[in-house]
Design a protein around this ligand. Structure first.
Ligand code: GDP
Ligand code: MG
Length: 176
């Protein structure tokens, strides 16, 4: 297929502390995060998925203290959304559902790809949300689901590859 010239904007959403910045930094290939987290960061990278290159701009800007990015703007600007919760934090799982509802409301007419991410899968003994609960939630909310561990770099590459595939599926069905 033809190579895709556009840069896809991917927004990370989720409660504080779930690992959004950790996931974004792994995507960006940054080992140690910047000291000042307050303003939020963007990470620009091309990855090859299914033999085709894709450029992603990953925005780790949700509810940052810098306050330059309003929630409404975040909800409007993404080509895809990664909604993150921590499997060790039931409250963050409930927050993820709220964000899904908000996003649906903000983007009613768009079939915008959403990936639900249960992060911190390495913390086995403090788990509060099972894989089945995560999967069931994704079914209800009609989105993809993956568990990750930013700490172990587990499934992080797969997550962003999945984002690209979801974007392409919609692009291709629009072209058809
Ligand atoms: P954010 O507020 O969503 O951006 O969360 P951060 O990326 O700042 O992560 C919050 C804390 O959780 C930090 O101390 C991270 O090191 C830690 N953390 C993030 N991801 C993981 C993970 O997959 N496993 C473990 N054990 N800790 C994680
Ligand atoms: Mg952060």
């Amino acid at each position: 297929s033809m190579s895709d010239e556009s840069v896809y904007k991917v927004l990370l959403l989720g409660a504080p502390g779930v690992g959004k910045s950790a996931l974004a930094r792994i995507f960006g290939g940054v080992e140690d995060g910047p000291e000042a987290e307050a303003a939020g960061h963007t990470y620009d990278r091309s990855i090859v998925v299914d033999g085709e290159e894709a450029s992603l701009m990953v925005y780790d800007i949700w509810e940052q203290d810098g306050g330059r990015w309003l929630p409404g703007h975040c909800m409007a600007m993404g080509d895809a959304y990664v909604i993150v919760y921590s499997v060790t934090d039931k409250g963050s799982f409930e927050k993820a559902s709220e964000l899904r509802v908000q996003l649906r409301r903000a983007r009613q007419t768009d079939d915008v790809p959403i990936i639900l991410v249960g992060n911190k899968s390495d913390l086995v003994r403090s788990r509060e949300v099972s894989v089945d609960e995560g999967r069931a939630c994704a079914v209800v909310f009609d989105c993809k689901f993956i568990e990750t561990s930013a700490a172990l770099h587990h499934n992080v590459q797969a997550l962003f590859e999945g984002v690209v595939r979801q974007i392409r599926l919609r692009r291709d069905s629009k072209e058809a």
